[in-house]
Design a protein around this ligand. Structure first.
Ligand code: PLP
Length: 370
């Protein structure tokens, strides 16, 4: 068997007719930048989430940067983020001139350890970026409580958590603003780069829209220096075809995850992450914590099973932050997890037979070791 980590081709083939027609329509209309597809996308995504404003942009990194610029975050400020994430969750803080402050993760869910959050707040802190990593909700209600108590902005990084929820409320609707990525491999993926900002704050939405559009809301009326971060018409049309299917794809991922949990349960050398109680996990990734992780990864590759690591190095320990002189002992849980985490194949079209083969192969690996 050959099992890819993600299978974008299977999804395209399931939508081919509708997708090809949507793309042809954009070409015929030459609505490449702006236009009706982008407008429709913003409305479709806003109604999916139940938020008032969606501002589209070029990718899910720009969206974080745009949010912070719109909030007026800059030099001399601190923004709190989490030690295990993709670098967008910290580099965008640095891009504003502010300093990223890293908080370690809790071992069970691999999201921010909120017991450490309050200690990281100083008089310079302006915002907290909560990352719902792998599709698992961060302890968002607790993070929100702490942000409210200290008068901090709450930004949600929802790049991996489309349709994740806590007590029935979607990720991206708890904070002042949320950032989404539609990178092709995300649960809702374009055929190139794409992203957006979601918020219920009309003024913040307008500031974001202005900053992303060269500081102008009307052509040639530049209020400030901004950037050029646009969603193009092709990507918007592609996303519009996919949005009606997202709930079904998410259900399929959740079913795959429950199959994984069932067949992996008996293998004592690995551990699945805990699904936070009261939340809906969208399973962007299915993570196990594995003994002899690197050898297992290699063995699975030999048997045709593609896996990945999210992420091999905690953010503060990357060369990009060497000047901060962080040590592994500053982030013990993120450091430990980075040596044990393994992401197994996960996509809606994954079959039960494939999941069983993956579990069987993992079992085989540990039997061979002893
Ligand atoms: C993918 C991702 C981003 C960035 O999204 P891009 O669209 O690739 O720029 C940000 N944060 C997290 C947690 C991500 O996984």
């Amino acid at each position: 068997m050959n099992i890819p980590f993600v299978n974008l081709k299977a999804q395209y083939h399931s939508l081919k007719q509708e997708m090809d027609a949507a793309i042809a329509n954009v070409l015929e209309e030459t609505s490449f930048i702006g236009g009706k597809h982008v407008k429709a996308f913003e409305q479709n995504f806003a109604s999916l989430l139940g938020v008032e404003h969606v501002v589209s942009c070029a990718n899910g990194t720009d969206s974080l940067y745009i949010i912070m610029k719109a909030m007026g975050i800059g030099a001399a400020d601190e923004v709190i983020t989490v030690a295990n994430s993709w670098i967008s969750s910290s580099e965008t803080i640095g891009q504003t001139g502010a300093t990223p402050v890293f908080v370690d993760i809790e071992a069970a869910t691999l999201t921010m350890d909120t017991s450490l959050l309050e200690k990281s707040i100083t008089s310079k802190t302006k915002a907290v970026i909560a990352v719902h990593l792998h599709g698992q909700m961060a302890a968002i209600e607790e993070i929100k409580r702490i942000c409210d108590a200290h008068g901090l902005y709450l930004i949600e990084d929802c790049a991996q958590s489309h349709l994740s929820a806590a007590n029935g409320q979607y990720a991206g609707t708890f904070g002042h603003a949320a950032s989404f990525s539609f990178y092709p491999g995300k649960n809702l993926g374009a055929y190139g780069d794409a992203g957006c900002i979601a918020t219920n704050d009309a003024n913040l939405a307008q500031q974001c829209r202005m900053f992303a559009n060269h500081g102008a809301l009307k052509k040639h009326e530049h209020q400030i220096e901004g950037i050029n971060s646009r969603l193009d018409g092709l990507q918007a049309a592609i996303l519009n075809v996919k949005i009606p299917h997202l709930k079904a794809w998410t259900k399929a991922r959740q079913l795959n995850a429950s199959h994984y949990r069932e067949v992996l349960e008996p293998i004592s050398q690995i551990q699945c992450t805990k699904h936070r109680e009261g939340t809906t996990h969208s399973y962007h990734l299915f993570i196990i914590l594995a003994q002899e992780r690197d050898a297992l990864k290699e063995y699975l590759a030999q048997k045709g099973i593609e896996t990945a690591i999210h992420y091999p190095t905690p953010l503060p320990l990357l060369p990009a932050y060497a000047h901060r002189n962080f040590k592994e002992t500053d982030f013990p849980e993120a450091s430990l997890a980075s040596k044990q985490m393994l992401s197994l194949p996960m996509f809606a079209e994954l079959s039960l037979a494939e999941i069983q083969y993956i579990a069987q192969t993992i079992k085989e690996f540990y039997q061979k070791q002893h």
